[in-house]
Design a protein around this ligand. Structure first.
Ligand code: HEM
Length: 227
């Protein structure tokens, strides 16, 4: 992950044009599979654009404006990752072993997972661990993002399935004693809400099965809409 900071000194008569160009750049950034998040801050006539990239790219809409300084930096992780906070690989394996045992008893979900691969709980644990900042095991050993998406294709999952999956996973998180701090649980549930909606989308008829986006990552903060 690369964090780009670009500082712009913008004369008062050009701030309107600059902010318009930034909004155009925001559309391009949102559409880019390489951009994870971005924001613009202003202090009088100084602007700082911060972009978090998976790989460095240009922001063409701002080419007319001279950046006074441009720095590409690796972020310095001062906070533990969600993976570390949760308790690492062991915690995710415990969670998904208990979850799929509960799934087998659930009238809504059991039929969906009737032919599940016995290693499925371990694979989903590796997926979630990687998303939450742990080792890149799912990418290296289990086919990465494209493979995960392919396992949902054609399953025609419904909102009833999705909601039951989320509810049961949260109940199981309580059952196995996953950390319950507000910050951790809000990030955890935020990912479940996003991830299950993506699973339902990719399970719909006629969806494009190609996935150019890299593995998602999830942290303590926010994500932006794709627009
Ligand atoms: C955050 C949400 C979700 C995540 C992270 C997730 C993750 C995964 C992963 C990583 C796989 C592939 C496992 C492998 O590599 O073998 C998979 C497969 C699958 N997922 Fe999901 N999934 C999510 C939501 C859902 C939902 C809501 C359902 C249905 C209620 C569902 C049903 C399935 C099924 C049936 C498979 C194939 C299982 C098998 O045959 O082994 N998933 N999921």
């Amino acid at each position: 992950m690369i964090v780009e900071y670009a500082h712009y000194l913008v004369p008062a008569e050009r701030t309107e044009d600059f902010e318009k160009a930034c909004r155009a750049a925001a559309s391009a950034l949102s559409a880019s599979p390489h951009c994870r998040t971005y924001d613009l801050s202003r202090n009088e006539n100084q602007y700082t654009l911060r972009i978090v990239w998976s790989t460095p790219q240009d922001v063409p809409q701002l080419a007319d404006f001279q950046a006074t300084e441009k720095r590409l930096e690796k972020p310095l992780d001062l906070a533990p990752t969600l993976y570390e906070w949760a308790g690492g690989a062991e915690a995710f394996e415990k969670l998904f072993t208990a979850f799929y045992a509960n799934v087998a008893q659930d009238p809504v979900l059991a039929p969906v997972f009737a032919h599940m691969d016995p290693n499925h709980p371990k694979h989903v644990a590796a997926w979630l661990g990687e998303i939450f900042g742990g080792p890149e095991i799912y990418s290296e050993r289990h086919g990465g993002h494209q493979h995960m998406v392919s396992r949902h294709l054609g399953r025609a999952l419904t909102e009833t399935h999705r909601r039951r999956w989320v509810n049961l996973l949260i109940d199981t998180a309580d059952e196995v004693g996953l950390p319950s701090e507000a910050e951790f649980r809000s990030a955890f549930v935020g990912y479940l809400e996003w991830g299950t909606r993506m699973a339902v989308m990719f399970s719909s008829p006629g969806v494009d099965p190609t996935v150019p986006e890299p593995m998602p990552t999830w942290g303590w903060g926010e994500v932006r809409p794709w627009f």
